[in-house]
Ligand binder design. Structure first.
Ligand SMILES: CC(=O)N[C@H]1[C@@H](OP(=O)(O)OP(=O)(O)OC[C@H]2O[C@@H](n3ccc(=O)[nH]c3=O)[C@H](O)[C@@H]2O)O[C@H](CO)[C@@H](O)[C@@H]1O
Ligand SMILES: C=C(OP(=O)(O)O)C(=O)O
Length: 508
């Protein structure tokens, strides 16, 4: 391994020198630090295939160019995990804060941002409209400096279309431009997800949007402002965030009712407070925002840890019946999930609570214990926070599959997510789709390895990967971009716990 890394490092060094670049120049292009490049070149750092491909591309050097094309995983199981792992900061706060940084004419520094594809797409979009973004170090601190005038005409439509989060540009942009276009929002294929709630929340700020070919055409009437509370028709997370961002630059007080109080909304509220915006009612369904017509401050903010990643790691431990310690779990956003798991017979220890770097969110370390699980008596269903998180529901499919008895999941939220859970059957699961919203899982399962193409939805794709860890033999999971949208180095981090997951690409 060391030999291999040294050879790769030497190749990279000579390719870099051939281009006449310094380590710092290569680091800048790769959005990493000079010291990281130095370590790679000396063979002192593991280099993922993803990174090799990026270096190959940057240096335009066929020796290390291993072709584009989808990335796949090869998993050898069954695995027992051990050791400890830290939960990273959340995708959903990360993307909200990137959009919110457009409110600030000063410099925003976000600490320990999850370095995931969803964030990369938004950074591409921000860069394309003239925002200067820069990864500062290996802790993934990210600096964002908007220009005096945004170049909305130059927007990278391809990157924008690959993320749904682009919809959250509406709230900040309506104050900066009277007329602009945004490409249609993309993201996971979970059935129809309307943008109408966003438009009705922003209409009181003078925004009108027409869907034209492939893009939203936004027109803003100046001096229109909310005259009464904005009542959201759904308690959606990104809708709430859009309304908050529009209210932040509105010179007056805006009341938002039926607001989501979910984790990413709380992170956004704390960031807005750092910007000097008044936000009352954080954690409740009524938010009162006292906006400022111009925000120009240099701020730092540390988004909190991801409750969905924490749940994913809990599920990894449960499906492999492993004892691991999961550090920095945002417990206040996982309490119901844990209560349901306890009813199913799950045993674990938890540390004293401590506070996240944002100074607000409560964290604990959880240590999983060998457990004998049985199906819950009642169906498991999600609710807006403080209910069981909709994005955590899919993990109960793989957990239900290792429990004795029949577990019923009711996903009333998404038209098209439950169906992907039946992919577990390729690995030996017994998952029956009762209707588009309900699945019945019959456990326990004797998992056996298989080849599966990632479903086009992040959480179900991770659920398949976790089942593969427990499956006997070799499994292949194809086209894992959808996982990399929301998880940083998941395969690598599971390997540090003892999993055997290799990343590979088709040779072009
Ligand atoms: C970037 C981000 O933060 N994404 C999250 C956000 O997406 P996002 O905020 O985009 O979620 P949507 O607004 O699309 O809501 C998801 C679905 O739930 C339905 N709905 C939602 C709320 C409600 O009170 N009633 C209702 O029916 C919507 O119609 C939609 O079909 O919230 C979703 C639901 O928590 C999460 O899965 C996503 O991970
Ligand atoms: C549905 C999800 O995210 P997005 O809203 O980014 O598609 C998710 O995080 O599971």
């Amino acid at each position: 391994m060391t030999d291999y890394l040294t050879q790769i490092g030497t190749l990279i060094r000579s390719a870099r020198q051939h281009r006449g670049w310094t380590q710092q120049q290569l680091a800048d292009v790769l959005n990493t630090s000079q010291s990281a490049v130095n370590r790679i070149e000396r063979g002192h750092q593991n280099v993922s295939l993803e990174m090799l491909a990026r270096i190959g591309e940057a240096l335009d050097e066929p020796l290390v160019s291993i072709g584009a094309g989808p990335v796949h995983l090869r998993v050898t199981g069954p695995t027992t995990l051990s050791g400890s792992i830290e939960v990273k900061t959340s995708k959903n706060a990360g993307v909200a804060l990137l959009c919110a940084s457009l409110l600030n004419r000063g410099r925003t520094t976000l600490r320990r941002v999850a370095r995931i594809e969803e964030v990369n797409r938004l950074l591409e979009v921000l860069d394309s409209i003239g925002v200067r973004t820069r990864w500062l170090n290996e802790d993934n601190d990210l600096e964002i400096v908007p220009p005096a005038n945004l170049d909305l005409g130059g927007i990278d439509a391809e990157a924008a279309r690959r993320t749904r989060s682009i919809i959250m540009f509406l709230g900040p942009l309506l104050h900066r431009s009277a007329d602009f276009q945004l490409p249609y929002a993309g993201g996971c294929d979970l059935g129809t997800r309307t943008v109408e709630p966003h438009l009705s929340a922003l209409r009181p700020f003078g925004l009108e949007v027409k869907a034209t070919e492939g893009s939203y055409h936004a027109a803003v009437t100046a001096d229109v402002a909310p005259t009464r509370p904005i009542v959201l028709t759904e308690r959606g997370d990104t809708v709430t965030e859009n309304a908050l961002m529009a209210a932040a630059l509105h010179d007056g007080v805006t009341v938002i009712r039926n607001a989501s109080s979910n984790y990413m909304v709380q992170d956004l509220c704390f960031y807005l407070q750092e910007l000097g915006v008044g936000v009352e009612g954080v954690g409740t369904t009524t938010l009162t925002v006292t906006g400022r017509p111009r925000i120009e401050v240099d701020v730092e903010y540390s988004p909190s840890e991801d409750p969905i990643e924490a749940m994913s790691l809990l599920a990894a431990a449960i499906v492999t019946d492993s004892e691991i310690t999961i550090c920095r779990v945002p417990i206040e956003f996982l309490e119901i999930e844990l209560a349901v798991l306890e009813e199913m017979g799950f045993r674990y220890d938890r540390s004293e609570e401590y506070v996240a770097a944002n100074g607000r969110t409560r964290l604990v370390d959880l240590t999983t214990r060998h457990s004998v699980l049985h199906a819950p008596l009642d169906k498991i269903h999600p609710m807006p926070f403080p209910g069981l998180n909709i994005d955590n529901l899919p993990f109960f499919a793989v957990i239900g599959a290792v429990a004795t008895g029949k577990t019923m999941l009711h996903d009333w939220v998404y038209e098209n997510r439950a169906i992907y859970l039946t992919e577990l059957n390729k690995l030996g699961g017994r998952v029956t789709l009762l209707d588009p919203h309900r699945v019945m899982i019959d456990g326990p399962t004797h998992w056996s390895g298989a080849e599966v193409v990632c479903p086009p939805a992040l959480r179900p794709a991770v659920v398949i990967l976790l089942a593969m860890l427990a499956s006997k033999g070799t499994s292949v999971l194809r086209s894992v971009y959808v996982i990399n949208r929301g998880y940083e180095d998941l395969a690598e981090r599971l390997n540090q716990l003892g999993a055997r997951v290799e990343t590979f690409r088709d040779l072009g």
